[in-house]
Design a protein around this ligand. Structure first.
Ligand code: GDP
Ligand code: MG
Length: 548
């Protein structure tokens, strides 16, 4: 295939707006999968992804399509659909020249629609706006067209109207992709340069990297070098995903080389041929954990089983960081770092469902910093206040959040933001009924129940997306919980000064109530945790520890 008959594109959308359904339709239409696999959502492979309707790992698929007498190779590069994976989204987008921006015509523009649009727009991608679900009785095409026009400045005649479910106008998508999205710019005869945008571990073949080739070519037996680490690898297998691995030459595809572990495959890394060094793709960064939590087996006999499960899961997800942790109250465990709370929930769910281990995950904390250097990943790391000078030496991570809400909930949403120490930066109407709020919030306020509160305040209509906004100085304190005059390590937490009284009182009430329960529930004795001179039932202790 010459580059003028190749298109690399992705589909971006707010959750549930129909990305997976559209991907399936396109794969069917091009004969890449058969119609019998209807609604299989081939790109979502983990059970947890099907259940939660989210994409955790990006996948990709290549398809062939005849258009105006010419055969095209179309590479659909899937992107993870959640804010926790924003860096992965931006890397996947860097492998494309254009994207389909899918909007549910009954729901209209949501926070992730806006965040994804700007990610694509800032990378100079051609964006094709598409209204989906026009078959729904609640679809309001003129209204959503108007929102798209106000927010992204697309004209009505640029917007396609489809139903990914029933197939209405689905035949307009691929022609629009071919005509509007530019061909990739690289040249086949130049030096080899490729972007690594996803990877996973396969028990049979080992580490598989998905790459997008900007120039040149590789074949089995070549030696390629990682620009990030300088390590050289032997190319063992190359091919395309269609949707399974297939030996075929293309421009977006997989490469298997002799990597020992997934931790060598850095999303955003550049590969080049050993004899022809190239300038790496810009914007590479190491994903950094934004949420930490302690993990312990509910039954301490399952410690080594849990250790094996953690090893297995991190084999396929190198963005989880793992440290050992010992708690006086809970025994041996780990402190894990995740990209965000969803990433954390998914990990916990996989431990429980795929490995059948009952685990205790402590209340999550964010990485505070001391003196801009030391990362505080657990309350244990918190510096002794008497040993550091002044109040200005602690920092907390911030996020820039976008919230889209029907205007009648604006007041409550703004109150919620200010209660969570948010600083409003702007407030724009996207049409007569909906407002987009931009607000800077401490990450620690988001990891607890912000999202749930926002959803319930707005009867489910407001949506949220956020991105990393660096660190700011903060008045942080460590709160310790004393039970019978002894501190309990697992109950300590770091928080903003303004929260101490509030949370302290809640905990206090809880401890007293749980103590009463303890005295009544004599049969629970064997499962009690001895803390100081007092015994707390295991369940009560866990509920205190995981309380947000
Ligand atoms: P994703 O989260 O963006 O991948 O969304 P999905 O493709 O999983 O779709 C979410 C839900 O919307 C599923 O129940 C789909 O069946 C449904 N859906 C997707 N496209 C359409 C459509 O065009 N019309 C209708 N009525 N439902 C759709
Ligand atoms: Mg999906």
């Amino acid at each position: 295939f010459e580059t003028d008959s190749i298109r690399n594109f992705s589909i971006i959308a707010h959750i549930d707006h129909g990305k997976s359904t559209l991907a399936d339709r396109l794969l069917e239409l091009t004969g890449t999968i058969s119609k019998e696999t209807k609604n299989l959502q081939v790109l979502d492979k983990l059970p947890v992804e099907r259940q939660r309707g989210i994409t955790v790992k990006a996948q990709s698929a290549s398809m062939f399509y005849n258009y105006k007498g010419k055969k095209y190779l179309l590479n659909l590069i899937d992107t993870p659909g959640h804010v926790d994976f924003n860096y992965e989204v931006s890397r996947s987008l860097a492998a494309c020249q254009g994207t389909v921006l899918l909007v549910d015509s009954a729901q209209g523009i949501q926070a992730q629609t806006v965040a994804n649009f700007y990610l694509a727009f800032s990378q100079n991608l051609t964006v094709i706006p598409v209204l989906n679900k026009i078959d729904l009785p609640g679809a309001d095409i003129p209204k959503v067209e108007n929102q798209i026009n106000n927010t992204f400045e697309f004209e009505k005649d640029q917007i396609l109207n489809i139903s990914a479910k029933t197939g209405i106008n689905i035949d307009q998508i691929l022609p629009a992709i071919i005509e509007r999205i530019p061909q990739p710019s690289g040249r086949r005869d130049g030096p080899f340069k490729a972007l690594l945008f996803d990877s996973w571990y396969d028990t049979y073949v080992g580490v598989i990297c998905l790459i997008s080739i900007e120039g040149g070519s590789i074949k089995r037996g070549d030696k390629i070098i990682s620009a990030h680490t300088g390590v050289s690898y032997d190319v063992m297998q190359v091919g395309i995903m269609s949707p399974e691995m297939k030996k075929f030459s293309g421009q977006v595809g997989y490469v298997v080389c002799n990597m020992k572990s997934i931790s060598e495959a850095h999303v955003g890394d550049t590969f080049f041929h050993q004899n022809h060094p190239v300038k790496p793709f810009p914007g590479f960064r190491q994903p950094k954990p934004m949420v930490f939590a302690g993990l312990f087996p509910a039954d301490s006999n399952e410690y080594s089983k849990l250790q094996d499960a953690i090893n297995q899961l991190t084999l396929n997800d190198s963005s989880v960081t793992v440290f050992r942790e010992t708690s006086a109250a809970l025994g041996q465990g780990w402190r894990l770092g995740f990209l965000g709370t969803l990433h954390m929930d998914v990990f916990k769910q996989r431990l429980e469902e795929e490995y059948g281990i009952d685990v205790i995950l402590s209340h999550p904390t964010v990485p505070y910093k001391c003196e801009k250097e030391l990362i505080i990943k657990s309350p244990e790391d918190f510096p002794d206040r008497s040993k550091i000078k002044g109040d200005s030496t602690l920092f907390e991570p911030m996020v820039s959040a976008t919230i889209i809400t029907p205007k009648e909930y604006l007041g409550s949403i703004l109150n919620l933001c200010s209660y969570h120490r948010g600083a409003l930066s702007s407030n724009t109407f996207i049409d007569e009924t909906r407002v987009m709020v931009s607000v800077k919030l401490p990450m620690s306020e988001i990891v607890t129940d912000f999202y749930d509160k926002m959803k319930s305040l707005s009867s489910g209509f407001a949506s949220l997306d956020y991105e990393d906004a660096g660190y700011e100085e903060s008045d942080l304190v460590k709160m310790e919980v004393l039970v019978n005059s002894k501190t309990v390590d697992a109950l300590a937490s770091v928080m903003h000064k303004s929260k101490v009284d509030l949370i302290g009182r809640e905990y206090g009430g809880d401890v007293t109530r749980k103590m009463k329960l303890l005295n009544k529930q004599k049969e629970g004795k064997k499962r009690m945790k001895a803390i100081g001179q007092v015994e707390i039932p295991h369940e009560a202790f866990i509920s205190l520890m995981t309380k947000s």
